[in-house]
Design a protein around this ligand. Structure first.
Ligand SMILES: Nc1ncnc2c1ncn2[C@@H]1O[C@H](COP(=O)(O)OP(=O)(O)O)[C@@H](O)[C@H]1O
Ligand SMILES: [Mg+2]
Length: 304
């Protein structure tokens, strides 16, 4: 299964959430490849705490591969390369988690020319055969990365493979409208996909939204402030109506993640050990596990 993570805006939590989903899939026994296609801002190395790749790999990453500068894209076994001891202690039941890092300093200058699209299709096709789930973290917005994968997945070699599209957005008015625009807008996923040779209905059926860092309306901090609690609940209800009116209603949602203090301070994978140490909230780990489970559950993808 190919999973494309995208968002209209930057800073939505797309990379952090995608890395956490990858981790949860791996500990649930799935072999996972994580491909860093965010050429302008390759953060996966930092998220998996691979110090040599904090800002991507120095040569031979996905970017150089797509440009035809190297014959293969570098692969890194996360368990072996991570500095985080608890992330490397893989249980025998876990699947493999392999990172294909982006290039350090690889600015967003790729265009979707034939060679790039062909190499992209070859890479995804190989990975899809080798891994149960291939997560591709794209750049924000209507990027070259999005255009390249839309064209690649429309090629005969990938057409029949399962592809899922995840749109990440924060739980605010602007983010809801932006996410809707990214899918339904004039140059959005559906129209761009159609132009690349996809069927827009099928594409829409393979698209789900992920609401990130959603504040809780029942937080203990509002216990003594009924007016604040009422206001928050009112806002939440208004956002739900806005989401539904913009085709982001509950049936189109894969799941949501709660506002997590650890992630407000530090971009990282939330491990069970962080929860057991009472540092991360258990709800956050549960949210990532649920996203991972729903992603690979066929029932999630039955036609709406
Ligand atoms: N559930 C969450 N609660 C709080 N902060 C979060 C949450 N998810 C992500 N973040 C934070 O949001 C910021 C942006 O996340 P990132 O994944 O880098 O966004 P993107 O890839 O969309 O640009 C990071 O500082 C990250 O730690
Ligand atoms: Mg990112």
């Amino acid at each position: 299964m190919l999973v494309f993570s995208t968002s209209d805006k930057g800073g939505t939590g797309r990379s952090v959430t995608s890395c956490n989903i990858a981790h949860r899939l791996a500990i649930a026994g799935r072999n996972v490849a994580y491909v860093d296609f965010d050429f302008g801002s390759p953060t996966a190395g930092a998220l998996f705490e691979i110090s040599a790749m904090e800002r991507g790999i120095n040569g031979g990453g996905v970017h150089s591969y797509l440009l035809g500068q190297t014959g293969t894209a570098a692969r890194v076994d996360v368990g072996a390369a991570t500095d985080r001891a608890e992330l490397s202690r893989i249980s025998p039941r876990s699947g493999r988690l392999v990172l294909l890092p982006g290039d350090e300093g690889g600015a967003e200058f790729l265009t979707s020319d034939g060679g790039v699209v062909r190499r992209c299709a070859e890479l995804l096709s190989t990975l899809e055969q080798e891994f149960r789930v291939v997560i591709v973290d794209l750049s924000a917005g209507r990027s070259a990365a999005l255009e390249i994968v839309l064209q690649a997945t429309a090629l005969p070699s990938l057409r029949r493979r399962i592809a899922r599209w995840l749109i990440f957005h924060r739980w605010t008015r602007q983010h809801i409208l932006a996410a809707s625009g990214l899918v339904h807008g004039p140059h959005g996923l559906l129209r761009a996909g159609e132009a690349a040779g996809h069927n827009a209905d099928e594409l829409l059926g393979s698209t789900r939204y992920v609401r990130t860092a959603v504040p809780t309306t029942t937080a203990r901090t509002t216990a003594n402030r009924p007016a604040q609690a009422a206001w928050l609940q009112e806002q939440d209800a208004a956002l739900r109506r806005l989401a539904t009116a913009n085709q982001l209603g509950t049936t189109t949602v894969l799941g949501s993640t709660p506002m997590e203090p650890v992630l407000q301070w530090r971009e990282q994978v939330i491990l069970d050990s962080d929860v057991n140490a009472h540092i991360a909230n258990p709800e956050t780990a549960v949210a990532y596990a649920d996203l991972a489970r729903r992603l690979v559950d066929v029932a999630t993808w039955e036609r709406l």
